[in-house]
Write a protein that binds this ligand. Structure first.
Ligand SMILES: O=c1ccn([C@@H]2O[C@H](COP(=O)(O)O)[C@@H](O)[C@H]2O)c(=O)[nH]1
Length: 263
């Protein structure tokens, strides 16, 4: 009985397995280091110690506001895949224009906020044809917990909100979402296998949680089906960031998703 069951599982999940194996063969790191600095000098000081084979980079609101497109283009020229994390959230026309401007910097991935709604998501998708940069949407910030949701009048569990926004994002043709790794396991059963799940709020057991609420360890994130792990302070504030990054890569490379999704 066991062998036919395993074969059935393999065949029903073959697209997911192919995607997973391709990632391994191409030796592309699943770790995205968040460069949360307030100036280009500090960011470049860190990236000069890193290697595009070991990580991708994320430029968010703080660094982009301080250093702008010049720095983003410099990181791209340095061979890094850059995730521009500006979480665009505005009227559709404005977001479409911002997405086009982001792609012109050569970024690998960019995001909008799913709370912008269907028309905004569709406008973003239309502005960036599939196959240029990856276009993903933030669902619910990992710094938000159940109590914070009550404050803004959302009386649901984070997982329900994330699932609904992920479904909306996928239906609008975007390539994936940002969510917590606490939600990826259940999401994997509701989205297509190639829908990208990007997870910030990653902490090792002994790390400070800082302002993050919905956290997971790197190992749990991969087991739960995350594609990419966004990691900031645990790397950037480490005594030896390169050594920490190598450790994290090792953890991630040795881990496998627990249960691949049913198609
Ligand atoms: O829901 C979200 C969306 C984005 N982020 C960003 O990820 C990093 C996390 O940094 P840490 O230092 O590892 O906490 C940061 O740049 C956030 O802006 C997020 O945390 N949660």
């Amino acid at each position: 009985m066991r062998t036919p069951l395993l074969l059935h599982l393999f065949h029903s999940n073959r697209i997911y397995f192919t995607f997973f194996c391709l990632n391994l063969i191409m030796n592309e790191s699943r770790i995205i280091v968040a460069l949360d600095f307030n100036n280009a000098k500090q960011a470049l000081n860190l990236t000069s110690q890193l290697d595009p084979q070991l990580c991708r980079l994320k430029v968010g609101k703080e660094l982009f506001t301080a250093a702008g497109p010049v720095l983003v283009e410099q990181l791209v020229r340095g061979g890094f895949d850059v995730f521009l994390d500006l979480k665009f959230h505005d009227i559709p026309n404005t977001v479409a224009g911002a997405c086009k401007a982001a792609v012109s910097m050569g970024v690998w991935m960019l995001n909008v906020h799913a709370f912008g709604g269907k028309k905004m998501l569709l406008a973003a998708r239309e502005a960036i044809p599939s196959g240029t940069a990856k276009l993903i949407a933030v669902t619910l910030l990992t710094s938000i917990g159940r109590d914070d949701l009550d404050d803004i009048g959302l009386h649901e569990e984070p997982e329900q909100i994330v699932r609904r926004l992920a479904a909306l994002t996928e239906s609008c043709g975007l390539d994936g979402v940002v969510c917590s790794a606490q939600e990826t396991s259940s999401l994997r059963h509701h989205v297509n296998p190639d829908f990208t799940l990007v997870t910030p709020g990653i902490r090792l057991e002994n790390n400070n949680h800082d302002d993050q609420i919905r956290i997971a360890t790197p190992s749990a994130a991969i087991k739960n089906g995350a594609d990419y792990l966004v990691i900031g302070r645990p790397v950037t504030q480490a005594h030896d960031p390169l050594c920490m990054l190598r450790q994290l890569n090792q953890i991630v490379e040795n881990e496998r998703p627990v249960s691949p999704p049913a198609l």
